[in-house]
Design a binder for this molecule. Structure first.
Ligand SMILES: Cc1ncc(COP(=O)(O)O)c(C=O)c1O
Length: 362
C-alpha cells in the first residue's frame, strides 16, 4: 500500500488563515495525505462504553445492517448492498459519529462531559447522528453546514440544542470544511472531530461495515466493491476488510459528475448527490489517496441519482437516498461488464430526506 505521509501526526493540521481566500483562488489541500495507522487511531470503545451507558446503548444499536440483492443488469453480475438506514439515527454516518465522538471522549479523559464541546462539518447525516449522541450524553455540539441543508435537518439540530454555522452553498463543500478549520483555530475550546483525517472514521468502517459484509457474503466471493466517496472512509475501510479475505476484489469510487474526484475545477454550488465529496482545486480525499493506484472511479450526476431514487422505489418499494441511488447506478454499470456468476457489492448509506421524497411526489 502506498503511504504518502502521516495523518496521525498529533499536531493539528496547519491552521487556515482566518480570512478565507476567494473561491476562485487555488487552495492548498486543508489536509495532507498520509497513513491511517498509528497511536491516535486506537480508541478503547469497551472502556468508553463501560463509562458512558448511553454511548454503549448507541453502540449496541449500531450496525449488523441487512445485506440485500438489488435489481441488477440483465445478463450481468448480481448486485448486493448493505441497508444503512437501519442504524439508530438512520444512516451509515451513525457508525462514524460513534467513532469520532469516541476519539474525542478518549482525549477528554476524566473531565466532566459538560466541559466537552465538539465541532464538526457535515453534509447532513453526520450532524444528525452526532447531535443525537451528544444530546443524549450532555455534550455540546456545533456544526458547520452548507446553506443548502434541508429544513428538516436544521429543525432537528435546533431541537437538540446544537449550534449551527451555515456557509453559502455557492462556495461548495471545501469552504464548509475550511470554515470548521477556521473556527477550530480561532476558538480552541471547540474540539474539531475532522472526519476527513480522523483515522477512527475509516477504522470503524473497516471493523464494522467491512467485517459484517465479509461475513454476510457467506461463500460468495465479491468481484467488485462500489462506494460513493464523501471522506472515503466507507470506500477505504470496507475495502481493507474485504481485501483481507478476498485479495482480488476491485474497488470503485463514486463521485459527483458536477465535481469528480480530484477535479482541478474550483468548487461550485451545483447540487450534488448526498454526502458527496466533490472538493475541487485538485484536492483528493486523504483516505482515498492511500489507495489511489487501486481505485477505479465513476461519476453520477444529481439529476441521474435523483431519478434513480424514484426508479428504485418503483422497483422495490424501498426508499433510498441519492448517494445510495448513485451507488446503485455505478454498481449496475460495473455488474453489466461481468458475467452472471460474479458479485458486485455496495452500500445504501441512507433513505433520503423528507424534502427529496416530497419533490418526488411520494
Ligand atoms: C448519504 C451519504 N452517502 C455517502 C457518504 C459518504 O461516506 P464517506 O464519508 O464514508 O465517504 C455520506 C457521508 O456523509 C453520506 O452522508
Amino acid at each position: 500500500m502506498d503511504k504518502a505521509g502521516d495523518i496521525n501526526d498529533p499536531a493539528p493540521p496547519s491552521p487556515p488563515s482566518s480570512s478565507l481566500p476567494s473561491h476562485h483562488e487555488p487552495l492548498e489541500a486543508p489536509y495532507p495525505p498520509g497513513s491511517l495507522d498509528g497511536a491516535t487511531a486506537s480508541v478503547d470503545y469497551t472502556a468508553l462504553e463501560e463509562r458512558y451507558p448511553l454511548y454503549a446503548k448507541f453502540g449496541q444499536e449500531l450496525g449488523d445492517t441487512p445485506l440485500i440483492e438489488l435489481p441488477g443488469p440483465d445478463g450481468g453480475a448480481a448486485v448486493l448492498a448493505k441497508c444503512e438506514w437501519e442504524n439508530p439515527a438512520g444512516s451509515i454516518k451513525d457508525r462514524v459519529a460513534y467513532a469520532l465522538l469516541g476519539s474525542a471522549l478518549q482525549q477528554h479523559g476524566d473531565r466532566p462531559l459538560d466541559e466537552l464541546r465538539v465541532l464538526e462539518y457535515s453534509g447532513g447525516n453526520l450532524a444528525n447522528a452526532l447531535s443525537q449522541l451528544c444530546a443524549e450524553l450532555g455534550v455540546r455540539s456545533r456544526f458547520v453546514l452548507s446553506s443548502a441543508s434541508p429544513r428538516s435537518l436544521l429543525d432537528t439540530l435546533a431541537a437538540r440544542g446544537a449550534r449551527v454555522d451555515l456557509v453559502d452553498k455557492e462556495r461548495g463543500f471545501l469552504d464548509v470544511v475550511r470554515e470548521a478549520l477556521r473556527i477550530a483555530a480561532d476558538e480552541p475550546e471547540w474540539t474539531l472531530l475532522y472526519q476527513h483525517r480522523n483515522p477512527a472514521n475509516a477504522l470503524l468502517q473497516e471493523r464494522t461495515t467491512g467485517a459484517e459484509l465479509a461475513a454476510q457474503l457467506g461463500g460468495r466471493v465479491p468481484d467488485a466493491w462500489v462506494a460513493s466517496i464523501g471522506t472515503g472512509g466507507t470506500l477505504v475501510g470496507v475495502l481493507r476488510a474485504l481485501r483481507a479475505r478476498f485479495p482480488a476484489v476491485r474497488a470503485v469510487g463514486v463521485t459527483p459528475a458536477e465535481l469528480p474526484y480530484g477535479s482541478e475545477q474550483p468548487p461550485n454550488g451545483q447540487r450534488k448527490y448526498a454526502g458527496s465529496g466533490g472538493m475541487g482545486h485538485g484536492i483528493r480525499q486523504p483516505f482515498v489517496t492511500l489507495h489511489d493506484a487501486e481505485v477505479e472511479h465513476r461519476t453520477v450526476s444529481y439529476p441521474r441519482a435523483f431519478a434513480a431514487m424514484g426508479e428504485f422505489h418503483d422497483l422495490t418499494g424501498l426508499r433510498i437516498g441519492s448517494s445510495a441511488a448513485a451507488n446503485w447506478l455505478a454498481a449496475k454499470e460495473t455488474a453489466a461488464a461481468l458475467p452472471p456468476s460474479a458479485t458486485v457489492v455496495t452500500v445504501l448509506p441512507d433513505a433520503g430526506t423528507p424534502e427529496e421524497w416530497e419533490q418526488l411526489g411520494r
